[in-house]
Design a protein around this ligand. Structure first.
Ligand code: SF4
Ligand code: SF4
Length: 286
């Protein structure tokens, strides 16, 4: 499959335009789901990433098994309580419909409809930006909106909810070696600035879920290999190492140019945005 084909077959799709606040537009997508992020002014700055997932090969009932194997919280801490104060709406960024509109595969959407009242189809609030967002939705997926973080039903979170902010990092040679994160959220997602808090059980379930997906859908591994290569190119240009939560449980920096892994103390991984500022304060948890 050529990489350009991903744009037509994308099933996980993440577009993002940064501005902060309500007036730019983000569509984020990665694994079996897509989040569309709406932040208004900066449509011209869209960043689009694609993945392919032929979810038609899954049935709605099979999503129950996928969900059951990926229930562990990302951390013992409630990360939403850490990031929400930095959102002007007081809501965790990845649960704020004004920032993010999730997508679901058709079979996933059918499963959610049959078993929960948590989700509805996302309705555009305005023309223009909304139309552009809708244009980005891959065939076979729908944009969905939940009832909000105060009404979250954890067992019916979409796969996107469960994976965020991570995606499966795949080497040049096609090996799924661990998790890295959607770098577009470095400044907003508290977890990205605190990778040391990721629970080992979460890591294990993430790895097991994607191992299962890749076994059934080998082409999906290629999608993430392509996505990982984009990260390597971008970080290479910025002379940055890629943070990696290795599937062996260790923390590493990946040298983008040659893929070399160097084990690191997770306490020394970088922080970003307000979380970097807070960490430098005398009482960083306040
Ligand atoms: S995953 Fe990141 S953005 Fe989502 S609630 Fe946790 S800290 Fe906030
Ligand atoms: S389902 Fe829950 S975790 Fe997912 S976006 Fe809604 S409130 Fe957030």
């Amino acid at each position: 499959m050529r990489h350009t084909d991903y744009t037509r077959q994308a099933a996980i799709h993440f577009i993002r335009a940064r501005a902060g606040g309500l007036s730019s537009f983000d569509v984020r997508h990665n694994v079996p789901y897509l989040f569309a992020f709406r932040v208004a002014e900066l449509l011209a700055q869209f960043v689009v990433c694609y993945t392919v997932l032929k979810m038609s090969t899954f049935t709605p009932a099979e999503f129950a098994a996928l969900y059951a194997g990926f229930e562990a919280p990302i951390s013992a801490l409630n990360c939403g309580e850490r990031c929400a104060p930095h959102n002007e709406h007081g809501v965790p960024f990845c649960c704020d419909i004004r920032h993010a509109v999730p997508t679901a595969y058709q079979a996933e959407w059918e499963y959610l409809q049959q078993n929960s009242d948590l989700w509805r189809l996302w309705q555009p609030q305005d023309e223009g930006a909304s139309a552009e967002l809708l244009d980005q939705v891959p065939e076979g997926q729908v944009l969905i909106a939940c009832r909000g973080h105060l009404a979250c039903q954890r067992s019916f979170r979409s796969l996107t909810c469960r994976a965020f902010p991570f995606f499966p990092y795949v080497t040049v040679g096609g090996e799924f070696i661990g998790l890295s994160y959607y770098w577009e959220y470095e400044d907003r997602c508290w977890v990205v600035s605190n990778l040391r808090v990721v629970d080992p059980l979460y890591l294990a379930e993430f790895v097991a879920t994607f191992d299962a997906l890749f076994e059934r859908l080998p082409e999906e591994r290629e999608v993430f290999r392509y996505f990982s290569s984009r990260m390597r190119r971008l970080f290479g240009r910025r002379h940055r190492a890629i943070p990696l939560l290795h599937r062996n449980g260790g923390y590493y920096r990946v040298t983008p140019r040659n893929g070399r892994l160097r084990r690191v103390d997770p306490q020394k991984l970088p922080r970003f945005g307000v979380y970097k500022i807070a960490a430098a304060m005398p009482f960083p948890d306040e």
